[in-house]
Design a protein around this ligand. Structure first.
Ligand code: SAH
Ligand code: SF4
Ligand code: F3S
Length: 497
């Protein structure tokens, strides 16, 4: 007898949520299993929020202030999903019943912005004594920041870190039930708890985590300390999440990880990024697939060939160079030389000629000389980056480079200006080459400066502002690039595609 294959039913995000919440039994103690436990607390939070809402005679509101990278943005969607599942409504202003700061600590100015904003919201709490304020994310993984909040920001109700974000439903209940500050920061975690609610910011595009943490330990970088070691999700779980998103109407997915080329290594079952990328690209109905961030020297030929084979994989590769000087790269513990980076970039340009290459650059790393910066500038010119984020080196306590001899601030600024002007030059040159071309663009939003225009993002990540209205958002159009303005264009949407 031949067996009829049973097609796995893919439940929607809402179905999973309501199913898990309804199976939680609040007459029992909280379950041990972490996922079941958090659904138990979501159900409990709903009850607590209902009571509060009845007392206040109005709906409860929340606001999440997100700092940092796409990984944090994705985490904030999960936090928002939990608050919404508990019965809170999102509002734009910080004058909400539950305000959460999801923080970043990659550079000092990120920390300063968080403290600045935090100081400013204390007055809302004076007006609304029911208000709860929480802080989470990368900054909270550093004891000194937690101490500073304990000392100087007495109005904060809840502090947790990156490793225990999935416990938020439980913390939410604790915070609603007590006026005491609740602090719980872990220094690591083995578990990946994924199937909690989440509230996507955009209906047409979404980020999907493929791995957490980083093992690279670049000597300037705090991320491995605040996000822990690399942990990859199972390929099938990732693909199921992507399929669900596509079924929900998502057109563009971004696969997220600090170092996506290392995907699967820790699983030790042969999983690798090239296979995952290909399987995701082949999901029916997925119009565009992006990924962030690939570590340059870990780019396999297989990944390059998968991109080449699949036109729905975005023609944009963000490859952080950091420095063009082999000596500086060595001190940074980046595992490639200037020449190796140039060879890789040339190879990618040859294999995928329509791909835009963008990068991150740090200026003012310890011991960096003007001659080292010349090397960086040389690489920028030779690769002709379509765009680059340029950062002044910022000391991160606990990282090796923090103890090294520092470049004087004035010198950093001088060198930074040199790099920036070359980056702008290559970006303009590359953008100008596209003048008059017609390319596919996904309309993302109404133009902030001109409500008669909408903004399209091309596969190569370039933005084009075109006349249009809200009905076009989330759709693909053929876009004509008419007028180059540095690294973006004004153009026209010709027809939907
Ligand atoms: N995982 C990614 C980058 C994550 S952090 C990668 O390896 O490419 C994003 C960027 O912040 C980095 O690429 C780097 O350019 C910058 N950055 C990280 N630490 C920094 C520091 N201490 N000072 C200045 N810039 C830093
Ligand atoms: Fe930081 Fe380097 Fe890891 Fe990127 S690869 S997150 S720069 S340690
Ligand atoms: Fe910042 Fe944490 Fe991302 S430090 S850059 S939010 S991983």
């Amino acid at each position: 007898m031949t067996e009829i294959p049973v097609k796995k039913k893919l439940l929607s995000f809402e179905e999973i949520l309501e199913d898990r919440i309804s199976s939680a039994d609040l007459t029992m103690d909280p379950p041990e299993n972490e996922e079941a436990r958090q659904y138990y607390f979501i159900k409990k939070a709903r009850l607590l929020a209902d009571q509060l809402q009845a007392e206040l005679g109005r709906p409860l509101t929340f606001h999440i202030n997100t700092f940092g990278c796409q990984m944090n943005a994705r985490d904030s969607e999960k936090l928002a999903g939990i608050l919404r599942a508990a019965g809170y409504q999102e509002i734009e202003s910080e004058d909400a019943d539950f305000v959460l700061f999801n923080t970043c600590t990659v550079r000092d100015n990120a920390d300063q912005r968080v403290f600045g904003r935090l100081g400013r919201i204390s007055h809302y709490k004076k007006l609304n004594p029911m208000m709860k304020i929480g802080i989470c994310g990368c900054m909270m993984q550093e004891a000194s920041n937690v101490e500073k909040i304990n000392r100087s920001y007495p109005f904060v109700d809840l502090i947790f870190g990156t490793h225990n974000l999935f416990r938020f439903p439980e913390y939410l209940c604790n915070t609603l039930e007590s006026d005491r500050r609740y602090v719980d920061v872990w220094d690591k975690t083995e578990s990946i708890v994924e199937d909690l609610p989440n509230d996507r910011k955009y209906p047409y595009k979404a980020g999907v985590n493929i791995m957490y943490g980083c093992n690279k330990f670049c000597t300037y970088c705090i991320v491995p300390y605040v996000r822990g070691r690399e942990r990859s999700r199972q390929k099938e779980e990732i693909l199921d999440e992507c399929r669900r998103l596509v079924r929900d109407g998502v057109k563009e997915i971004m696969l997220l990880g600090q170092n996506v080329n290392s995907y699967g290594r820790d699983l030790k079952d042969g999983s690798n990024f090239a296979d995952l990328l290909e399987a995701a690209a082949e999901i029916e109905g997925l119009r565009r697939l992006r990924f962030m961030t690939p570590y340059p020297s870990d780019f396999s030929e297989d990944v390059i060939q998968v991109i080449k084979r699949h036109p729905n994989i975005s023609r944009h590769l963000h490859m952080p160079l950091q420095s063009g000087s082999t000596a500086v790269l060595k001190k940074m513990n980046r595992r490639y030389t200037k020449e190796e980076f140039l060879t890789l970039a040339e190879h990618i340009r040859a294999e995928i000629p329509d791909a835009a290459l963008t990068t991150d650059i740090i200026v003012g790393f310890p011991y960096e000389t003007p001659a080292d910066v010349d090397d960086t500038i040389d690489v920028i010119r030779r690769v002709g980056f379509e765009n680059a984020f340029t950062f002044i080196y910022s000391i991160r306590r606990g990282t090796p480079a923090a103890k090294w001899e520092q470049v004087p601030e004035e010198e950093k600024k001088v060198q930074f200006a040199r790099v920036l002007s070359v980056v702008q030059e290559t970006a303009r040159q590359q953008a100008a080459k596209l003048q008059g071309r017609v390319m596919e663009g996904l309309i993302e939003e109404i133009n902030a400066k001109d409500p008669g225009k909408v903004t399209a993002r091309l596969s190569n990540n370039m933005l084009v502002h075109v006349p249009g209205d809200a009905s076009m958002i989330g759709r693909f159009y053929q876009i004509r690039l008419d007028e180059c303005c540095g690294f973006y264009y004004f153009g026209e949407a010709l027809e939907e595609c």
